[in-house]
Write a protein that binds this ligand. Sequence first.
Ligand SMILES: Cc1ncc(COP(=O)(O)O)c(C=O)c1O
Length: 464
Amino acid sequence: MTSRVVGPSVRSALRDVLEDVAGRATAYLASVPARRVAPSVEDVGRLRDLGGPFPSGPSEPSEVIRLLDDIGSPATVTSPSGRYFGFVNGGTLPAALAANWLAGAWDQNAALAVMSPVAAALEEIALGWLREIFDLPATSGAGFVTGATMANFSCLAAARTALLRRAGWDPEERGLFGAPELSVVVGGEVHVSLLKALALLGLGRSRVTRVPVDSQGRIRARELPVLDDRTIVCIQAGNVNTGAFDPAADICPVARSRGAWVHVDGAFGLWVAAAPRRRYLMDGFAEADSWATDCHKWLNVPYDSGLALVRDPEHLRQAMAVSAAYLPTTGTREPAYYTPEASRRARGVEIWAALRSLGRSGLAEMVERNCRLAARFADGLARAGVRVLNDVVVNQVLVSFGEPAVTRRVIAAIQKDGTCWCGGTEWQGHTAMRISVSSHEATDDDIDRSLEAVVRIARDAAAG
Ligand SMILES: Cc1ncc(COP(=O)(O)O)c(C=O)c1O
């Protein structure tokens, strides 16, 4: 047997570049509190210096990293900042970032246990803790996927398989042509990613039944259509705009009694289960059949990281299996049998590290603090005369500065100012700005500085 000879100079060059990048990354993170949140137009323009013709030969790794840091770092959006409130983007916990680096060095392929016993073991351990956090049945299983879009997709694939097999049709083998019809019920404020998942699955995004919702985007349970055992009902734990939760306690028992499958899009909202004072919002959700969530949102792990959780994991396994011959008979949990991908990175490592470092009380504190800070932001804006459009029940705040054009102008000016970052959205006929407090970095001071900037900019806009 021969082994590759790695000379001392190669090893020391590797050590040098890793130590160099650790120094650069640390310096970058140390600069975060003082950085603009959106990069300047000039810094973004300089990104073209990373291009040019494909290099004719190799470069030193240290030179590649120097170039990347010199040009790339100034052009980043400072998402690790406690003053980044865009979309629902969480920050990254120290243990999760460090675990991500170590996992990069390990270069594990998480598809099969034989390829990476550590990746497979950490997924199983994390899954056990996640079941506890979300109060899910001990039988439930999960696929560790890229994000909530793929988590919605994977859960709905499991739903499709379960309902069609029950009706005597094997969709994996026979496809959907000629299959019994399934119907899909969604709320009027369903997230676009769920509709995309339905489109990918051949269930169609327009043939859904949309149930009317209230002013917060919650399904009006009394207006649900008649459900049966060929129906998938999609509900939300956390509307992306308002943070509102559908009335699961009214929906799940009815759906269950009719044999329908209930899927929960809980991309960020599912995590309130970890916070004792907010847990009431999750009332009834544990009775569903599947749950999609993100770890890169409220758990604050690096991208990309989502979870497709299914009450009976056999349905997910049937939907994701490569072929019957591949199904294990040993009882080992093979990560790739629960995900659309085969080869993939070991994202369970960071989830484990985040959960291990926070513990129950740390996770509760992070979620609770984000919700408290969102309320602080909303109260400050309301006191300054800004119209808050939603009931701030969790970490999402929705505001309007008046006419759509004015709101759009204020949002653009906030992004240009750089003190904080908030994005725009449309909500039930209003052009609005959305503030999402989802980072472990966020402090009272971040909120107060951001509030001052937003109010100042809004007043300037109103003045003309
Ligand atoms: C409710 C909801 N579902 C799904 C998604 C999509 O998540 P991802 O971008 O991780 O795929 C989001 C993103 O904000 C969301 O808020």
